[in-house]
Design a protein around this ligand. Structure first.
Ligand code: BG6
Length: 518
């Protein structure tokens, strides 16, 4: 049986794609490779054109050379078929554009008509804004005033995160964009929603008789979501120092994964029905009422000097474009409650940070312990059952159960049964951006964030940020290469839990039954 959403069968219609920020890092690392993979897999029709837009001058040839380099370096497919490559590259043109100058947009409009004629495109327009949020409004106005929305096909705008800095700025941004585009034309990207295993959460939950009946506060003790990174802020200090982990990862990726775990089954596998259920979760998040509550439930940290695999690493305050006395958090861990019927009383622990020991995203569902029945009367240390969803870089799931140790009476030991998706030879998982671009082109906004989701998430995060502004002393340092402030361990310890090791760190303590050949 195939699992399809309602638009699965709709193929990409011909369209002009406008890439604002075409000389930037995102285009090079993610967007160009995604377009090539889609093309190679036949998911883009031949009726398309891509216009690269940025301020710096570039010829079409130079632009195509950049494109080629990016694909060689970052794409999961090789560009080794010269005929295919030339056919693909022919669809790309470049135009230097000052985004504050409407005259340039009028030129762009004329160019678009030529591209429509050349590639037999029915006037469809997809604008991809890989730009700073402050430019979303001005670009939208100039798209309208430059005549780009007058073509007879559909018009869609894809917007990169961050969508604002807090609720008021996001509202302002949204109001500006809404003057030009309708909500159903706006595709707000959260690339975590394009990840295979995040989308798989729905299938694991709703297609398995032994998960869904247990998916509630009667059987689940807690949920842990870890998104750890080994990198520091790299060359993004200027952006990151104003943002911090809470805004960079919490408001979007972390809360989105939480909603996928906590949402009710939608009535249909239809984008709006799924998003309706997700927003209900965000509305049910318990808001911290005071700074004291924030301090009790949220730990924030910043990395100091440390080391990783023998390599010395600088502290956050020594990074480029970061203030010497910066109080920006590079780590946070929070205890979150979803106050609804299903989840009342179940803590969701979420944590994310830079310069942690491993790069991984994992979701652990810890089930409540068995009552100590007669068989286990002597054992008080039975490990709870776990369902672990591995999002990144390993992809797959495993469940941890207890089984008898062969040959020994009454001896119990944990066994993990694993499905490792990323270990499967030939299962070349599409990148998140491939899925999302393909969805946007087909008009499927299921895995994009709707305004009510974005605003609810900001409202939740703003309360924490507000408390932190009032309570600067609360920032804890952690050495680069460590698992963050100890306070995050204490937070779970006080509830009788602990963070489960992620990324296979305790695999030797468990017997594995795995398709990866462990
Ligand atoms: C981005 C953040 O949204 O996600 C980055 O801005 C972060 O700070 C990145 O490094 C992580 O994404 P992934 O897919 O590599 O886990």
């Amino acid at each position: 049986m195939t699992y399809t959403n309602t638009l699965e069968s709709v193929s990409a219609e011909g369209s002009v794609y406008y890439l604002f920020g075409a000389t930037g890092d995102l285009a090079r690392r993610k967007l160009f490779p995604a377009l090539f993979s889609l093309y190679k897999e036949g998911k883009l029709s031949e009726n398309f054109a891509v216009v690269g837009l940025a301020r710096r001058p570039r010829t079409n040839e130079q632009f195509r050379a950049d494109l080629y380099e990016s694909i060689v370096e970052f794409c999961r497919y090789k560009a080794d078929d010269a005929e295919l490559w030339n056919r693909f590259a022919e669809h790309f043109v470049y135009m230097s554009l000052d985004i504050n100058d409407v005259e340039g947009f009028k030129e762009l409009s004329k160019l678009s008509e030529q591209l429509d004629a050349k590639f037999d495109i029915p006037g469809n327009r997809l604008f991809y804004l890989a730009l700073a949020p402050s430019l979303f409004g001005p670009v939208s106005f100039n798209l309208r005033d430059g005549g780009l929305l007058e073509s007879k096909g559909w018009h869609r705008v894809v917007i990169e995160k961050p969508f604002g800095y807090d609720l008021p700025s996001a509202q302002k941004l949204n109001e500006q964009i809404n003057q030009v585009f309708k909500e159903e034309e706006i595709y707000r990207i959260d690339h975590y929603l394009g990840k295979e295993m995040v989308q798989n959460i729905q299938v694991i939950r709703f297609a398995n008789a032994f998960f869904e009946p247990l998916w509630n506060n009667n059987h689940i003790a807690n949920v842990q979501i870890t998104l750890s990174e080994t990198v520091g802020v790299e060359d993004r200090g200027g952006y990151y120092d104003k943002s911090g982990a809470l805004r960079d990862m919490g408001q979007n990726h972390m809360l989105q994964m939480l909603t996928m775990i906590a949402m009710e089954p939608p009535s249909r596998l239809h984008g709006e029905d799924i998003r309706d259920e997700k927003v209900k979760v965000l509305r049910s998040l318990r808001n911290y009422k005071s700074s004291d509550e924030v301090r009790e439930n949220v730990v924030r940290g910043q990395y100091s000097e440390g080391s990783h695999h023998g390599k010395d690493l600088p502290g956050y305050r020594q990074e480029d474009s970061v203030g010497e006395d910066s109080t920006t958090e590079t780590y946070f861990a929070a205890k979150v409650f979803v106050d609804n019927f299903r989840w009342a009383g179940v803590p969701f622990y979420i944590r994310t940070g830079k310069r942690l020991p491993v790069k991984t995203t994992e979701i652990v569902i810890e089930f409540k312990s068995m009552p100590q029945n007669v068989l286990f009367a002597q054992r008080h240390d039975l490990a709870p059952n776990l369902l672990v969803i591995r999002v990144n870089p390993l992809e797959g799931i495993y469940i941890k159960v207890n089984a008898k140790t062969p040959g020994e009476n009454n001896s119990v030991q944990p066994v993990a049964m694993e499905f490792c998706q990323s270990c499967q030879v030939g299962l070349n998982t599409p990148e998140a951006y491939e899925r999302l671009i393909h969805d946007a082109v087909r008009g499927d906004s299921t895995y994009f964030t709707r305004w009510d989701e974005v605003s609810q998430a900001w409202a939740f995060v703003d309360r924490i940020a507000q408390a932190w502004r009032e309570d600067k002393g609360d920032l804890k340092q952690y050495p680069a290469g460590s698992w963050g402030p100890d306070a995050a361990n204490q937070m779970l310890g006080e509830d009788g839990f602990h963070w489960w090791p992620v990324n296979g760190q305790e695999e030797d303590k468990v017997i594995w039954v795995s398709n990866s050949g462990k």
